[in-house]
Design a protein around this ligand. Structure first.
Ligand SMILES: [Zn+2]
Length: 640
């Protein structure tokens, strides 16, 4: 790596040196590991778990001072070597610096305890056969004679053994693609009566349709998982790790919550660091405006990204302790590909490996950010300067670029390069609240009465039964009422089968929501097909359907979670133009890629007819609409 006087790389040995009368200890361990750097990175750079696995004591943040640039004041208690007692150790921690998946490091400056400064750097160097040369280095400057005497024993002997053991254990886990939360967890204990509670609820979970294999896996992690994982169970991440269907695991977690095995939590995530700044047990506790202490910003909460549903075991089954061993490592903010501190007038060279996609570079204090796109054949080299304003434009970088962060401001800047997309492993409030199983199990989960929450893109479907007035007249009130009730059940089944939820019914009408337009169209087709071929000698029913998609707002109406906005209003209007047995959709729904693809595939059975129409309340210009339905041929087959 280049290392000029004004251009440093992320290398702990050249930064933050403190002049001291005591000598500095330097330890350097090198191991050859068979896994590749990118396989090892998520494990090795999870410093929270790494520190626990290498027997570092728990830490706590001291928050009595405002610190710049993501620095933190932390403390832990260590047992002294001589007279056995717990001594407090307090330090200022510089922000971690890293470039995935090759290097990370941190500098700690101590104000209490036997050490003055400690610097750590981990390197994962790729070897020609894609295995890894791991180098772990620690530099320690003692603060006093006790430190001078203790360091060779504590670090040179005890920690050295732990580091070696853990690096090799992580290598095995990465190589065998096994997950660390159970493999390396300290022995755990269920609460008294916990095992009985698990056993008893198994029958109920099975009866509600939960998969036996998934129940086993959930119970296994509740019993044997480590606290770091159980503090925050993310259903989609579990599903991915288990190779299971995400919806099935989410449903199981919701059922387990009803059975008092798990507690459900709404985490309000910061749009910058994506850490949870508030954790609520109920939607009605969710605040619309939240402050992030790490980023020093206020942000508006929305259901689309910033509210994530997580779970943790109920105390009656397993008591999970909130523990912290390290709070600034790369895996706390895995969306950040690289970050480094740059002194005024200096530069920093980083060489991260990047997935294609959209990124931005920002600092903690400057306004705005530099957007960047990463593509396979993008630029190999770029200089990104922070000078109070950003360049504008969106440069295209390659996946293995050399990036120079240049600080031309008068203050130190922490440069942060992060992916823009949010993890798709988050079960967001927008997604969860549009699931029927959630609405059924948690029907009183609603927002506080005066709060509105954006849910981002939502697909809204309205249906109405055609000719129901005539039906009441012809077959009489009681039979007609029965048929209307049956038709609700048909729609409900179709909506559930396609991952949607019924919000409400009004008279003969139904309002349902979906996350994807194609699911709404499929559910509508399925319901219409079933109603067109009723059992026995009963008259077929025709269902008018309107579907629209777009941004919507969640509110609480009549004590239940409802949605409103232009998207919803138009969907309701579209239903009025439906003739029954057809589906009227907006232009956006018709040209949604999945809907377009589905219509292409089904071209024998479907048609999408375009027409323009003036819609009441949407008077500016006639709207382009589409009528989707079965072709004449198939309609004859269905009714004949
Ligand atoms: Zn934040």
């Amino acid at each position: 790596m280049v290392n000029q006087s004004k251009l440093r790389t992320i290398e702990m040995s050249t930064s933050g040196a403190v002049v001291t009368g005591h000598r500095e200890f330097h330890y350097r361990w090198v191991w050859h590991l068979k896994s590749s750097p990118e396989m090892l990175w998520p494990l090795v750079s999870n410093t929270d778990r790494f520190n626990r696995d290498t027997h570092v004591p728990k830490i706590a943040q001291i928050t009595d001072e405002a610190l710049s640039n993501g620095r933190r004041k932390l403390q832990m208690h260590r047992i002294t070597l001589g007279p056995l007692k717990l001594v407090p150790i307090v330090w200022y921690e510089e922000p971690f610096e890293w470039m995935q998946p090759h290097r990370f490091g941190v500098v700690r400056n101590y104000i209490k305890g036997p050490v003055r400064q400690m610097r750590v750097q981990a390197d994962l160097n790729r070897l020609p056969d894609n295995s890894t040369e791991a180098i772990y280095q620690v530099w320690i400057t003692p603060a006093n004679l006790l430190g001078y005497a203790a360091i060779p024993f504590q670090v040179g002997l005890l920690s050295a053994r732990d580091f070696k053991r853990v690096f090799h254990a992580y290598d095995r886990l990465a190589w065998e693609n096994r997950r660390p939360e159970i493999q390396l967890a300290p022995a755990s204990r269920l609460s008294s009566g916990g095992r009985e509670r698990l056993m008893r609820s198994r029958v109920g979970l099975r009866a509600q349709g939960a998969d036996e294999r998934l129940i086993d896996q959930l119970f296994d992690i509740i019993e044997h998982g480590d606290d770091l994982t159980l503090m925050r169970l993310r259903p989609y991440a579990l599903a991915d790790a288990w190779g299971a269907d995400r919806r099935a695991v989410l449903t199981l977690c919701l059922l387990a919550t009803r059975a008092n095995l798990l507690d459900l939590r709404w985490e309000l995530l910061c749009p910058q660091c994506r850490g949870a700044n508030e954790v609520d047990g109920h939607l009605e506790d969710v605040n619309p405006l939240v402050h992030c202490k790490s980023c020093n910003i206020d942000y508006e909460v929305n259901f689309e990204y910033s509210v994530e549903l997580t779970f943790r075991p109920n105390d009656s089954v397993r008591v999970v302790e909130d523990t912290l061993f390290c709070m600034g490592g790369p895996q706390v903010t895995p969306h950040i590909a690289t970050q480094g501190m740059v002194a005024p007038g200096e530069s920093l060279l980083v060489e991260p490996e990047l997935e294609p996609g959209r990124y931005r570079v920002r600092t903690m204090t400057l306004q705005g950010a530099q957007p960047i796109r990463v593509e396979e054949d993008g630029l190999a080299e770029i200089v990104i300067a922070a000078s109070g304003h950003w360049h504008g434009g969106e440069p295209v970088l390659g996946t293995r670029p050399r990036i120079t962060f240049e600080n031309t401001t008068a203050d130190a800047q922490l440069f942060i390069m992060e992916r823009l997309s949010w993890s798709d492993q988050a079960a967001t409030a927008a997604e969860v609240t549009s699931l029927q199983v959630f609405r059924d199990l948690f029907s009183n989960e609603a927002l506080r009465s005066n709060i509105q929450m954006s849910v981002g893109g939502m697909t809204v479907m309205f249906t109405d039964l055609r000719g129901s007035t005539r039906m009441y007249r012809e077959i009489g009130d009681a039979p007609a009422f029965g048929r209307v009730m049956d038709h609700f059940e048909v729609i409900r089944q179709a909506v559930i089968a396609h991952d949607g939820a019924i919000v409400k019914t009004l008279g003969d009408a139904v309002m349902a929501v979906f996350r994807r337009p194609v699911n709404a169209v499929l559910a509508a087709m399925e319901a219409q097909a079933a109603l067109a071929q009723p059992e026995g000698a009963r008259e077929p029913l025709a269902l008018k359907v309107g579907i629209n998609t777009g941004p919507a707002i969640a509110v609480t109406l009549n004590e239940r979670l409802d949605y409103f906005g232009t998207t919803v209003n138009l969907a309701a209007r579209l239903t009025e133009t439906s003739e029954g047995s057809d589906i009227v959709v907006s232009d956006v729904v018709r040209h949604d890629p999945e809907v377009a693809h589905m219509l292409d595939l089904r071209d024998v059975t479907c048609f999408a007819q375009s027409f323009a129409m003036q819609i009441r309340g949407f008077d500016d210009a006639p709207l382009r609409l589409y009528r989707i339905g079965l072709t004449q041929l198939n309609q004859r087959q269905l009714s004949g």
